[in-house]
Design a protein around this ligand. Sequence first.
Ligand SMILES: Cc1ncc(COP(=O)(O)O)c(C=O)c1O
Length: 382
Amino acid sequence: MQLSDIRRLTPITQEYAYFQSSGFSPKIEPVIEETNRWAQFHNAGGAAPGINDKMLEGFEATRDKVAQSMNADSDEIVLGENTTIGINIVANGINWQAGDNVILSDKEHPGNRITWYSHVQRYGIELRFLEVVHDEEQMLEQFERMLDGRTRVVSISQVCRRTGQRLPARALVDLAHERGVPVLLDGAQAYGAVPVDMRELDCDFYAFSGHKYIMAPQGTGGFYVRRDRIPWIQPSWIGSHSQKEFDLVGGLTLLDEAKRFEFGTRNLADQIGFGKALDFWEEIGWGNVFSYIADYTDRLKEALLDVPGLKVHTPLRYGKSSGIVTFSLKGYTSAAIQEHLKENKVLVAPLELDGTMIRVSTHVFNNGDDLERLVAGVRGMP
Ligand SMILES: Cc1ncc(COP(=O)(O)O)c(C=O)c1O
C-alpha cells in the first residue's frame, strides 16, 4: 500500500473533491471489505466454537496497533465508538464539588462542551474558556492566570476544529502539571493529521476518533489514559468485561488496565476494521502522510490567498496548523459558498454559529485537480 493507492481505493474521490475528513472521512475500500468479512464471520454465531475468541483476538490486536500509533502502551488504551466517550469517562469520573472549575478553550466542539455544561447545571462547577489566538505566548499567559486551586481538570483540543490551529499542547500540559492539574486532550482533529505521541505530549488523557483522519469505520475511536491516572478516574459506567473478579455478594475488583472502562457486548468487527486502517498508515508511513498534508495545505493556502476578498483564518505554517484550512470570502455567507461548491462537486463544511467561515479538510487522497476545482469554485462565486 502506497500513498497514491488511497485515492484509487476511495471511490467517492472519482465524483467529488472531498474536503470533509475532519467531519467524516470516506472509507478505504479494503478496510470496509475487511470489516464486513469479520461482521459476517461473527454473525455466524458468537457461541460457535472459536468465533468469539477469534473476534476478541482481532479486537485486542487493534488495541495494540492504536497504542503503537500514538506511542502508548496497550494497557492504557480504551476502545470505543468516538472521541466523546473519552471526554465523558473523565467528566463523569471526578467527584465534583460546587465551585470546582474546568478550563476549556473557546473553540471546542459540542462534544467537549456540553458534557461540561451539564455539570454546571448538575454540580455547580464553573467553566473557564481560554481564548484561542495565534500568539502562543499570549495564550499561555492567559492560561496561567486561569488556573487556580479549584481547577480540577483542563479539557482542550490538540488541534482546533474551527481553524486547524495546533494549540501549544505540551506547554499547556506543563503549566497545568506545575499546579497538579491533569489534562485531557481532545485529539479528534489531530489523530492521523499531525504527529500524536503520548510520551511527548505528556497529557493524562487523550480522546480520539477512528472515523476522521484514520479513515476507519464510522463509530470507532478510543481513549488513552496514562497508567498512573487509571485509578484516579471513578468509573461511572462499568459492567461485564470491566472486572478482574467479582463474587455473588457485592465483592468487586476492577481490571488494572484502562480496559476497565469497557463493558458489555461491543461491535468487534468495526474495531477490527479500525486496526486494518492503521495497518495501511503504518505501511505507508506516518511521516509520508504528514508531509503530504503539509505540502498540500501549503499549496492550498497559497492559491486561496490569491482570491480577491478571501481571508484565510488558519495559521499559514503546517507546523502551527494541520489538515484544516478555514477561510471566508467577503460578501458571501458560508451557506452560499458551500452550496455553490457542492454544485461543482466540491464538498466542504460551513462552520456553525458563524455564518461566514468555510472549513476545508485535506487528506492524502486529495489531488491537484481537487485543489483547482475548489479554488476555481470559490473564484467563480456568482
Ligand atoms: C475537536 C472535536 N472533538 C470532538 C468531536 C466529536 O467527535 P466524535 O463524534 O468522534 O465523538 C469532534 C467532531 O468533529 C471534534 O472536531
